[in-house]
Write a protein that binds this ligand. Sequence first.
Ligand SMILES: [Fe+2]
Ligand SMILES: [Fe+2]
Length: 308
Amino acid sequence: MEGFYARRAGDGSLQGMADGLLLLAKHKNLEIMTQRVDKNATVWLTPGTDEDDFEFFFVHEGEMEIDIDGEKVSFRAGDSFYIHRLKNNTLMRCTQSALILYVSTCPVFSGEAYWQEELRGMLRRINEKDHYTRRHSRAVMRYAVRLYEELKEYCPGLTLEDYVLGALFHDVGKCNVPGEILRKKDRLTNDEYRVIMHHPVDSGRILEPIYGKRIAELARTHHERMDGSGYPCGLMGEEIPFEARILAVADVFDAMTSDRGYNKVKSFEEAAQELYDLDRIFDRRVTETLVRLVQAGEITVAEDEEDE
Ligand SMILES: [Fe+2]
Ligand SMILES: [Fe+2]
């Protein structure tokens, strides 16, 4: 029927994966959501950025306490409240796991900060399956960004901010890979390998609506190799965006120099030289720069990355 829109229970969306938030409907800036909050979890209620911002909460299930002027006030199933021109941040704590209907006139889902938090949450969840991924993501981002700074003339039109985010979240598609496969130390079966090979495509699919086509493409092509031996598409040479050739080097450099429990850990010098020698596989301009930066002591392990 024209003008009638339905949404069935179980229709998922990417948004539903964060903080238990699920977007049910959206019209201009108006968003209608449900939010599941675990027992003892806390949520900040924050003043809107605009005077007209209005946020309404209906407690469908569970119970929560809100700190109102130093006093804890309880809300139970059937209760509701709204915030409008709130003066200070206010903490809401769920004393029982809760399901809330949440209506907001200030977009919760379109904010950049929200998405970054969402993606960081995804990295944390991948990290629960495989401790390697989160540390790896941050290390790769640092190496890739340092290389990008030296080589940005080959990546016109790409901002540093975008590159940082693309590099940090390049493996976010691993959220769809089962933990047993991510953690497996023995050789993968063909089927398992096929599952792993899908993660760049999934990373691209997740990043595209947030950061656009170019960053999605960066994630999608970070396992492609100059001689066509990479995945998922077997692209060759110039078919691979330059920024992805940088990311590929940073990615493998971290894999070679960090302890994954089954590999021989190489020194930065050894790894950089080895990558430089693989000139059919990696772009020489990138590996040359890596060797130079390593020799100059400009690529180092950050303290917070050493153990995690
Ligand atoms: Fe990857
Ligand atoms: Fe990676």
